[in-house]
Structures are given as C-alpha cells and as structure tokens.
Design a protein around this ligand. Structure first.
Ligand code: ADP
Ligand code: ASP
Ligand code: MG
Length: 462
C-alpha cells in the first residue's frame, strides 16, 4: 500500500492511514507500506536546491530547515507522542545533514544531478519514521527502510531512474521476511545504483516504488491510496463532472499516465504488469469507496472511449528539409541524436509528400533538442529546425478503440464543430490511444468538447 502526499499531510491524516492499515491487518492482510513526502515538501526542496547555485546569499537555507523541522515535529507530536524523543532526534539529524548539503551547494555554486537527487529525497526521509512510529504507537510493530535498503536497485539516470531486474530478488530477500511480523514503512521515490549512489525515480515516483516493491514481494495486490476516489475520466481540476472509473486495463492506465494524467507515475504500471498483479487506486479520505481496479484486461465494455488527458508541458519541433525519400539515414540521424541527448519524444508525425517531420517533446527537453538538431542543420542533413512551446497534447484513451471504426472521425468532427484547430495527430500502435496536438489555449476546451461528445460523465462503466 502506498500513501501519497495529501494522505500523510498532517497528524490527523496519518492517524487515518494507521486506521486503514490496522483494519487490513486485523482482516489478516500482510502489508508493506510505501510513503511519499508530505504534500508540498518535495517542491520546496527542489525550489531551494535549484536556486542556491546562483543565489546572492544563502539566507533561504535556515528558514527552510526551520519550516521543515516545525512541520515534521508537529506531525510527530500529533501522530506518535510516545516517540517524540526517539524520532525527533532522527528528524533533527536528517535536517542537520540537509542543511550542510545545502550550504555546500551554495558554496560550491554547483548542483550536480547526484546531489540534487540526494537533497530531494529528504521529504520521504523525514516523513517515513513518523508513519512507522505512529504504527508502533498503536501496537503494530514497524521499522523504516529507505528505497535502497528495501532493495530497489536502479539505473544511474539521476532524477528519472528506472528499476533494474535484480531489484526483484533483493526486495524479496529484504522485505519478504518482515511481512506478517511487522508493517515495514518504505521511503518512496528513491532507490540506489549498483555503486550505492542514491537515485530518484522521477516526480510522483512513490507510485513506481510501490509497484516495484509489490512486484518484488509477489504481492497479491498493489494499492495506491490518494486523495480522489479513483482514476477519473479526466483530471477533475479540468472537468468538474469527471467520473470515477470502476476498472481499467494496464494499457489504458499506461497511456493515460504517459500523457500526463497526474494521478499516477507513468512507469508505475510496468512492474505490476510484469507480474500480473492487480492494482487498486483508492481514496484515503473515503476508504469505503471501491476505487479503480487496474488489471490486464479491463472491462471491454460498451464504452469505446473511456478517458481523456492533456499535457501542456510539451513543445513541438518542426524539422524542415529532412529529405527522407531515398535517404533513409536522415530519420536515423534525427532520432539517434535525440536519443543520445536523452530527449523524450512523445509523438512523431511525418508528412508523406513534404520533407517535414514534427515531433512533440517534453518542454524541459526542448533547448537540448533544438541544439542537437541545430547541429544536424549545420551538417546539411536537415534544412531548418523551428520550435513552438504554445502547444499541448491531448490523449483519448480506451482499449475498445481497437477495432471500432469511426472513433477518429467522431473525435475530429466534434473538435472541428467546436472550432478547435488540430495541429498534429498520432495514433499509438496499441490503438488504445489517439492523441493530437492543439494550441495551449485550446487544450481544456478540446477536452471538454470530447468529454461531452463521448458522454463520459454519464452513467457508470460497471
Ligand atoms: P498523491 O499525493 O496521492 O500521489 P497526486 O496529487 O500525485 O496524489 O495525484 C492525485 C491527483 O491527481 C488528484 O487529486 C487529481 O487532482 C489529479 N488527477 C489528474 N488526473 C486525474 C485523473 N484522470 N483521475 C484522478 N485524478 C486525477
Ligand atoms: N515526493 C515525490 C514527489 O513529490 C514522490 C511522490 O510524491 O510520489 O514527486
Ligand atoms: Mg502522486
């Protein structure tokens, strides 16, 4: 079971978490717990660390440490009053360590990916001992493990690392023996490389941690506890009448999270899918709601389109003069250079008659991508590279779209009627997803039009 940032935001929330865990233990379940940082803490750490190399003075460090101390000590006092001395000193030690590192970043004027990872892992580091103490306070034996101690071994890609196959055996060895005897509380979001350097798994990475741990221990189920009743037909902050879905397939959730549905980390389905483990998304604040069940074959119900998502932190790149006809090396040159620079290409479209290729990339990767492709222009491989940040990608998801002709027509007719200009279209090979690109302004409206067109707020999919 993984509990997200809002689920552990204060002492009251943590006691709700303990209630849930107690209920399940009493029902005979053996549970391993993954926790993320308290809501907002990771953001605070990222912001502070990123500003220090160019800050004119280190004045922000001490107030940050004090704020983190106050918040975590208050939570500790409310959630586990018997452990104030013991856990309080752990928190204090972490904060001294963090403060020293932040001063070092300021003094060195350098924030390496490796030190950044270490710094941003402190949200989980500070919180996990409190949750574990809250369990002990209620009589449930519990110990704390960081991601590395729990057995998560990753690639060295700091900030966006991926779990390695060896993690399975290590997790089984480390967590397996604890199950049933206690409730281990594992810090989400982090692992380590073979040489012991700490890595983080990307934003929202605790979902991924939970799935990696679940796969490692061959769990019967992986539960993601969050602050909404389940995965909804669209981001409820964009579409007010979005509806909770009863069941989805792994593929559908992968498509949704890959295209920006913030409810889950994009890679968090992979480990569960590899072991065919059922994933449930549930609301910590409404545990009676059944939530969303994610399995290999979600219901192939009457709904062809099940959910929508959009992602606005993307940019379009147009490559002109990429004379591909009779020159097969050009595509290779473009995609190799982007891969070498670790640019994440989300969508590709190529005009068949014109020598033009359009790509959608992560907005954060745009400068690197443009520079890399600029080198190809200098070599004469392509003529011109232009970029447009004012775009967003919308994904229409539903496994039932495979073999249901006319869905594309319906999507683009509805958008056309609403006057939404579609700049690029792509259909994934899985056929569970049709995605397209519109201007940033049109994103929310495009989603609204399609949510209505496919009547996604109506009825239930049960
Ligand atoms: P946690 O801290 O529990 O990991 P997150 O904030 O990362 O929670 O994710 C849950 C939030 O995701 C919800 O509060 C909701 O606003 C947002 N969200 C975006 N898209 C969806 C969706 N399709 N279904 C449900 N929630 C979504
Ligand atoms: N605390 C991390 C983040 O904010 C991981 C997570 O919440 O899942 O990204
Ligand atoms: Mg999350």
């Amino acid at each position: 079971m993984k509990f997200g940032g809002t689920s552990v935001a204060d002492a009251q929330c943590i006691s709700r978490v303990v209630d849930i865990l107690e209920d399940h233990r009493q029902a005979g379940d053996e549970i391993a717990v993954v926790v993320s940082a308290q809501r907002g803490v990771t953001d605070q750490l990222i912001e502070a660390a990123s500003a220090l190399p160019t800050a004119k003075d280190p004045a922000a460090i001490v107030p940050l440490i004090q704020a983190l101390s106050k918040r975590h000590m208050t939570t500790l006092e409310g959630a586990a009053p018997d452990s104030i001395a013991e856990v309080g000193s752990i928190i204090e030690e972490h904060l001294i360590n963090l403060q020293n590192i932040l001063f070092a970043v300021y003094n060195l004027r350098e924030l390496t990916p490796r030190s950044k990872d270490y710094i941003i892992s402190f949200g989980e580091r500070l919180l996990a001992p409190i949750v574990s103490a809250a369990l002990r306070q209620r009589g449930t034996p519990s110990t704390v493990l960081d991601g590395c101690e729990a057995g998560i071994l990753t690639t060295p890609q700091h900030g966006e690392s991926t779990s390695l196959p060896e993690s399975d055996d290590r997790i089984k060895r480390k967590i397996g023996p604890l199950l049933g005897k206690e409730v281990p509380v594992i810090m989400g979001f982090m692992g380590c490389t073979r040489d012991g350097s700490l890595t983080t798994l990307g934003r929202s990475g605790s979902d991924y941690s939970a799935s990696i741990i679940g796969a490692g221990i061959d769990a019967d189920e992986i539960w993601i506890w969050t602050d909404v009743d389940g995965i909804m037909t669209c981001d409820p902050r964009v579409i007010k009448d979005a509806r909770v879905m009863h069941s989805l397939s792994y593929l559908e959730v992968m498509e949704l999270s890959y295209f920006g549905a913030k409810v889950m980390h994009p890679r968090s389905i992979e480990p569960a899918m590899r072991k065919n483990i059922l994933v449930r998304v549930k609301n910590t604040f409404n545990p009676g709601h059944p939530g969303t069940v994610i399995v290999r074959n979600g219901q192939r119900d009457h709904r062809v389109v099940k959910a929508l998502t959009y992602i606005d932190k993307v940019a379009a790149i147009n490559i002109n003069g990429a004379q591909m006809i009779g020159r097969p090396g050009v595509a290779k040159a473009i995609f190799s250079i982007l891969a070498d620079h670790e640019v994440n290409v989300m969508m590709i479209s190529q005009g068949s008659s014109e020598a033009n290729i359009s790509l959608i990339v992560d907005e954060a990767h745009l400068p690197v991508a443009v520079e890399a492709l600029g080198a190809l222009a200098k070599q004469g491989v392509v003529r011109e590279v232009t970029a447009n940040r004012d775009v967003c990608a919308v994904a229409v998801v539903g496994a039932g779209m495979a073999g249901a002709p006319g869905t594309g027509g319906r999507i683009f007719t509805a958008l056309g009627k609403a006057g939404v200009n579609v700049m690029m279209i792509s259909q994934g090979s899985s056929e569970a997803n049709i995605s397209f690109v519109v201007s940033q302004n049109d994103g929310p409206r495009a989603v609204r039009v399609l949510h209505d067109e496919f009547r996604l707020s109506e009825g239930s999919d049960e």
